[in-house]
Design a protein around this ligand. Structure first.
Ligand code: AMP
Length: 317
């Protein structure tokens, strides 16, 4: 079965400051985080561009973990750079600077193997670039995308046009409300769904996530963590776990599978925020992911009253 996932998005050098510390010119980018998460579930083909200053060890890190980097081009100039900081509210990044650098002139040209991928993730990058990649795909079974405030502000028209062509849209709560011009995530998701996506996933950081399918909302708690070191990449690894899981089963239209996908997204994001940059997600294996998945599923299940009464368990310990 061809269950490859093609991802286009940023590959970046990030400078990040949080209440737990800081990182300078560390490996980051929406496509990087997504690839490192999704590769635990299915083959990943990465399409992006870096500059001549991109350290060889970062490329090696992605290749060594099985990510197909044949679409990761090197262009003259500097790598995309983002810097941001998080205060006590770990849910919102304050962007300090965005330097598109080599992404300004990037015109991706997919080869045949890339064009045949059944799953496409248009990770956070210029929506015109996202549409250009989508237009080259043969007949994907599932198309998903993400974005952020930077593009909602600078290219709202191109973004709305793109949303008419995707099946699943991932976004943060504040981005959804801004994009849809609505005061809460439920109303915002409804407006966004009316533009095209059958599934809208609204991430609420340490408060979990919502998913709208048809006219129904599903709620998901976060995996409880005592400390968040660096929230960067949580959204992209969430999407990586979500789409990676669906690609691994080859089922793209089933609400129950989407619910499991939400739990895998939650687990991937929870690992990512435990350390700076890609440190945590780059060292993961599927067993550790599944272990936390089962732990989360267990915490989320509500026991039936008749079974509890029958079992008569001892008091809380
Ligand atoms: P998130 O998963 O939302 O925390 O995404 C984090 C990644 O998005 C960082 O590693 C950044 O390099 C990348 N990023 C930040 N701003 C942009 C932008 N305007 N376009 C594309 N990628 C970005």
């Amino acid at each position: 079965m061809n269950n490859a996932i093609l991802v286009v998005g940023s590959v970046a050098l990030d400078t990040v400051k949080t209440t737990a510390g800081s990182a300078q010119d560390a490996l980051g980018g929406s496509a990087t985080y997504f690839s490192l998460a999704a590769r635990l579930f299915a083959p990943v083909q990465l399409v992006a561009v870096v500059g001549e200053d991109f350290p060889a060890r970062h490329r090696a890190l992605l290749c060594d973990r099985g990510v197909d980097c044949s679409g990761l081009k090197t262009a003259k100039g500097k790598t995309f750079r983002w810097s941001g900081r998080y205060g006590r509210d770990a849910n919102t990044a304050e962007t300090l600077a965005t330097h598109l650098n080599v992404f300004k002139d990037f015109r991706p040209k997919l080869d045949d193997a890339h064009r045949r991928a059944p799953v496409v993730f248009l990770a956070n990058i210029d929506p015109e670039l996202q549409s250009e990649v989508l237009a080259q795909m043969q007949s994907p079974a599932l198309v998903a995308c993400d974005t952020m405030n930077f593009w909602i502000d600078s290219k709202p028209g191109a973004l709305k046009e793109l949303l008419g062509k995707v099946d699943i849209f991932f976004c943060n709560e504040d981005e959804a409300e801004k994009l849809a011009d609505r005061p809460n995530p439920l109303q915002a998701a409804e407006v966004i769904a009316s533009w095209g996506p059958k599934v809208v996933v609204v991430k609420k950081g340490e408060h979990g996530a919502l998913m709208r399918i048809g006219s129904r909302f599903y709620i998901f708690p976060p995996f409880p963590l005592p400390e968040i070191k660096d929230p960067t990449g949580a959204g992209d690894t969430f999407a990586g776990g979500f789409l990676g899981y669906l690609a691994s089963c080859g089922v793209y239209d089933d609400a129950d599978h989407m619910k499991r996908a939400m739990a895998y997204g939650t687990v991937m994001a929870s690992y990512t925020v435990e350390d700076f940059s890609t440190k945590s997600v780059e060292g993961l294996d599927r067993d550790r992911v599944d272990e936390r998945f089962h732990d989360l599923a267990d915490r989320m299940s509500i026991p039936r009253a008749d079974e509890l009464l029958k079992a008569r368990k001892p008091a809380l310990t």
